[in-house]
Design a binder for this molecule. Structure first.
Ligand code: NAP
Length: 341
C-alpha cells in the first residue's frame, strides 16, 4: 500500500481507504465492523471515513467503539467525518457556524475521540455565506477538533470562493474535496476541478469506486443478490434517487440503465484478459488518477476487502493500451430513443 499526501497538505493517507456509508449501522454492527476494520489495517489502510448522517450517527458510534476495542493507537490512523445533515431541526443541518460547531462536537462524542483528522462539509449550503463556513471550519481547527478541512460535492466555483475568503482573511482553506469518482461518473474530477489541483493543491478522496457494487458485475438485469446493498429496503428508494442512472434496480428497461449494464459487460472481458476481477480493475482505475489522494472503498465482507485491496497491484497493469480499451467501453454513448432521432 502506498501513502500519498492529501493534496498539498503533509497528511499521508493510504491510496485505498475504507468508509462506513450504508454498511455500518445498517448491515454491520460493532463485532463485524471490528473484523472489517482490522482486515483493512492488515492490508495497509490507514484512512477511515465517516459522516454524522451515516445511519443517523450510529456509524460513528460503531467505528469509534470498534477502534477503541481494537486498541489501535490513535496517531496510527486518519479518521474523517462529514457535517451537513445532523437531524430534523432547521439548525441541525447545513453549514452555519452553529451547526458546524454543534455537529462537530456531537460527532466527536459519538466517535469518542478528541479529534478527527479531516472534517468535510458534506455538501454545499447555498443558504449560508461561504465566509461563515470558512470561519467556522477554522474555529473547529483552532480548537483542535480537526486538523484539516475539506468539502464534498462542491462545485469548482464554490471551492474557489472558499479559497478566496481564506486567502483574504489569512485563514486555512479546504485542502481536499470528496467527490464521486468511478468509471461511470467522472466529470468533476477530470474536468471541472482541473484548475484547483494547481491553484490550491487540492487533494481528492473519492467515493463509490464500484458505483455501490455495480462495477463488480454482480448486478444483472432483474437480478439483485439478496445479500447486496441494492436488496436493502431502506436504501432502494434512496439509491434510486441518488443514482438515477442506476434506477435499474426496479426500473429495468430504461435505456440509461441498459447502458450502465452494457458498460459493465464491456469492461468484464478487459478485466478477464488481465486476469483480475472487475472490482480490482475499477478501483485501480480510480487510484491511477494522479489527482486522487485516496480511493474510499466500501465493503460488507472481509472477502471483499481482501479482493479490493489487491487493486493496488493492478495499477501497474493499466497500460495506455488497456486504458484505451476501457475508454472505448465507458465513453460509448447510449442509443437515443427513436423519438429523439
Ligand atoms: N461524500 C459523499 O457524499 C459520499 C457518498 C457516498 C460514499 N462516500 C464514502 O465513500 C465510501 C465508499 O462508498 P461506497 O460504499 O458506495 O463504495 P463502493 O465501492 O462503490 O461500494 C461498496 C459496496 O459494494 C459492495 N462491494 C464492495 N466490494 C465488493 C466486491 N469485491 N464484490 C462484491 N461486492 C462488493 C459492498 O456492498 P454489498 O456487499 O452490500 O453489496 C460494498 O459495501 C463510503 O463508505 C463513504 O465513506 C461518500
Amino acid at each position: 500500500m502506498q501513502y500519498k499526501n492529501l493534496g498539498r497538505s503533509g497528511l499521508k493517507v493510504s491510496q485505498l481507504s475504507y468508509g462506513a456509508w450504508v454498511s455500518f449501522g445498517n448491515q454491520l454492527d460493532v463485532k463485524e465492523a471490528k473484523s472489517l476494520l482490522q482486515c483493512c489495517r492488515d492490508n495497509g489502510v490507514n484512512f477511515f471515513d465517516n459522516a454524522e448522517v451515516y445511519a443517523n450517527g450510529r456509524a460513528e458510534e460503531i467505528m469509534g467503539q470498534a477502534i477503541r476495542e481494537l486498541g489501535w493507537k490513535r496517531s496510527d490512523v486518519v479518521v474523517s467525518t462529514k457535517i451537513f445533515w445532523g437531524g430534523p431541526g432547521p439548525n441541525d443541518k447545513g453549514l452555519s457556524r452553529k451547526h458546524i460547531i454543534e455537529g462537530t462536537k456531537a460527532s466527536l462524542k459519538r466517535l469518542d475521540m478528541e479529534y478527527v483528522d479531516v472534517i468535510y462539509c458534506h455538501r454545499p449550503d447555498s443558504s449560508t455565506p461561504i465566509e461563515e463556513t470558512v470561519r467556522a471550519m477554522n474555529y473547529v481547527i483552532d480548537h483542535g477538533w480537526a486538523f484539516y478541512w475539506g468539502t464534498s460535492e462542491w462545485s469548482a466555483q464554490q471551492i474557489t470562493e472558499a479559497w478566496g475568503v481564506a486567502e483574504r482573511l489569512d485563514l486555512i482553506g479546504p485542502v481536499v474535496e470528496q467527490p464521486e469518482y468511478n468509471l461511470l461518473s467522472r466529470h468533476k474530477v477530470e474536468s471541472e476541478y482541473l484548475p484547483l489541483y494547481t491553484n490550491y493543491g487540492l487533494g481528492l478522496t473519492t467515493w463509490s469506486p464500484l458505483a455501490s457494487g455495480v462495477l463488480t458485475g454482480k448486478y444483472k438485469k432483474g437480478n439483485i443478490p439478496a445479500d447486496s446493498r441494492f436488496a436493502l429496503d431502506n436504501y432502494k428508494a434512496r439509491l434510486n434517487l441518488l443514482y438515477s442512472s442506476l434506477a435499474v434496480l426496479n426500473l429495468a428497461g430504461r435505456s440509461l440503465v441498459d447502458d450502465v449494464l452494457k458498460k459493465v459487460d464491456g469492461l468484464t472481458p478487459i478485466a478477464q484478459e488481465l486476469g483480475v476481477p472487475l472490482s480490482q480493475l475499477a478501483i485501480a482505475w480510480c487510484a491511477a488518477n494522479p489527482h486522487v489522494s485516496s480511493v474510499i472503498t466500501g465493503a460488507t465482507k472481509e472477502s471483499q476487502i481482501v479482493e479490493n485491496m489487491k487493486a493496488v497491484d493492478v495499477i501497474p497493469l493499466l497500460t495506455p493500451a488497456v486504458m484505451e480499451k476501457i475508454e472505448a467501453v465507458v465513453q460509448s454513448k447510449p442509443k437515443r430513443p427513436d423519438s429523439f432521432r
